[in-house]
Design a protein around this ligand. Structure first.
Ligand SMILES: Nc1nc2c(c(=O)[nH]1)N[C@H]1C(S)=C(S)[C@@H](COP(=O)(O)O)O[C@H]1N2
Ligand SMILES: [Mo]
Length: 502
């Protein structure tokens, strides 16, 4: 056991030291070049669609810590093995470190927004890990030149050197965290210093009679993205480049955007990955620059049917050009619920296209808009076989009572939301067991771009009951009861819960 445990520890310790130093270097220069997030990002991008769907469904926002934990575990196993094998064959230490550095460097170099420098932290870290491993082995094993293989493990020598290296790894890891915090803090402060202008076209006050929960607070707003660390962009150097099939290309600063007339709208945003009855939906008051007048000024060349938004960390989201010019409030958002965009929701600027799922119209941390065609370019999710256009499907959800609730007989208020952004909701119906569909009461809404709150008074009788909900959209189309998975273009089916009445 000791013949394995000590060298395994030597392997892991050397790697931890190398990775920690690579992370410090990255944190101080290009945080996205850190080997852990680079490898994590590469794994996310390479993961097959069903696995991604499974992760979002079962882990929600915990998918990222779970992924990083899994990568850490794989690293520990690999480096422990390298440590054990290197006792007899020192070339394995060198090869192991090289492989280790190569994995980080390749992952970093293949990130969509990579620059050549991004391989450096991984290579430096691997070189340090390899050298540390050789040094620790040299210190810990007295090799008798007459005999091949290890001749005695010197525990005291090992412990003395290992303590120093472990200390170094902890200090380096801590330093990289501090550097990240300081950098993030600067961005947070610059965000807090932003004084958003008043909209030229403000949102109307919410109509009287909406129930609590109509608006989603920024803290409660769902978050779905592929970013392992929240991009923190410096608003002073941020630029939006608009190019491709336009009459005139431009580069706009954040101030350029704020100088334009802004609109403010209440809009519901939801994720295509949301299951029937799922939580990935929210409504906020968004402030932004309407995209149609801006693109009209630049001129859109005939034939361009896709707007591709690119983000700082390399996401691409393709939106049909027609959804910018058909009268809806497609915008470049700078504000959310009266504040500058939160970092997690795309600071400083994100797109929002009412009526499209987020993956098709709501690029966060955006830095680029390219006018192109669907024939010429497949955006990130389209390459992964999701629908290219992403219109929101009519859907509804029961929020109260909770599934499997225990209720007392009498009048029970059943309540929830329904949505069909752009088309609006004409009516919502509730079905108890196998009785006829009954009309729910609809609460007022500011526009067809938000969800609608509904309520139904249910005279509940003792027994086990099944409640279902369905919506009829503004065109009169009834929400389908046909079950479909979120992949490839949004879930369908009626949300159904059961409740016990006593
Ligand atoms: N840069 C970037 N933008 C993105 C994504 C992403 O992964 N990266 N995910 C999209 C998806 S799938 C959705 S549903 C919305 C979610 O926006 P939110 O996190 O602000 O709720 O952002 C969209 N914009
Ligand atoms: Mo999404």
């Amino acid at each position: 056991m000791r013949r394995i445990a000590w060298p395994a520890l030597i392997g892991v310790l050397s790697a931890a030291f190398g990775v920690a130093l690579a992370e410090v270097l990255a944190a101080a220069t290009r945080p996205q070049a850190g080997p852990l997030v680079a490898v994590g990002g590469a794994v996310i991008d390479a993961a097959p669609t069903p696995l991604k769907e499974f992760a979002v469904r079962t882990l929600g926002t915990n998918d990222k810590p779970v992924l990083l934990g899994t990568i850490a575990l794989a690293l520990i196993l690999f480096t422990a093995l390298v440590g054990v094998l290197s006792v007899r064959h020192r070339w394995i230490a060198v090869a192991g470190a090289a492989l280790f550095g190569l994995a980080g460097a390749v992952a970093a170099a293949l990130r969509p927004a990579a620059i050549a420098y991004d391989v450096v932290p991984s290579i430096v870290g691997a070189a340090i890990a390899g050298a540390t491993l050789l040094f620790l082995l040299h210190r810990s094993y007295r090799t008798d030149p007459a005999e091949p293989g290890p001749a005695g493990f010197d525990r005291r020598a090992f412990l003395r050197t290992a303590a120093v290296i472990a200390g170094g790894a902890v200090v380096a890891g801590g330093t990289s965290e501090v550097v990240k915090r300081v950098r993030g803090g600067a961005v947070t402060r610059s965000r807090e210093a932003i004084d958003l202008p008043v909209a030229a076209s403000p949102a109307k006050p919410l109509p009287a009679g909406t129930a609590p929960g109509f608006m989603t607070t920024n803290a409660d707003f769902y978050r779905v993205d592929t970013a392992l660390t929240v991009p923190s962009l410096d608003v002073d150097t941020w630029r939006l480049r608009i190019h491709g099939m336009v009459g005139r290309e431009v580069e706009l600063s954040f101030d350029d955007l704020l100088k334009r007339p802004l609109i403010e709208r209440d809009i519901t945003l939801n994720c295509v990955s949301n299951e029937v009855g799922g939580p990935y939906i929210g409504t906020a008051r968004w402030l932004g620059v309407p995209l149609a007048p801006l693109l009209r000024e630049l001129g859109v060349k005939p034939g361009a049917d896709q707007v591709v938004a690119r983000s700082a960390e390399g996401m691409t989201i393709g939106t049909p050009v027609e959804t910018i010019f058909d009268g809806r409030d497609t915008m470049l958002c700078v504000g959310m619920n009266g504040e500058p965009l939160p970092l997690e929701h795309g600071f400083p600027v994100r797109m929002l296209t009412p009526g499209l799922y987020g993956y098709a119209g709501a690029c966060k941390w955006m830095t680029e808009i390219e006018l192109t065609t669907f024939a010429d370019f497949d955006a990130y999710w389209v390459r992964r076989k999701w629908g290219a256009r992403g219109p929101v499907k009519t859907a509804s959800r029961i929020d109260k009572p909770a599934p499997f609730a225990k209720l007392t007989a009498g009048r029970v208020t059943v309540a929830g939301v329904a949505w069909a952004q752009g088309r609006g909701i004409r009516s919502v119906e509730v079905r108890v067991d196998d009785r006829a569909w009954a009309k729910a009461e609809l609460l007022p809404v500011p526009s067809t771009d938000t969800w609608v709150q509904w309520r139904y008074d249910w005279p509940a009788t003792a027994g086990l009951h099944t409640l279902s909900v369905r919506a009829i959209d503004g065109t009169g189309a009834v929400q389908t009861g046909q079950r479909a998975t979120p992949f490839p273009d949004g879930a369908t089916g009626w949300h159904t819960i059961t409740a016990t009445v006593e």
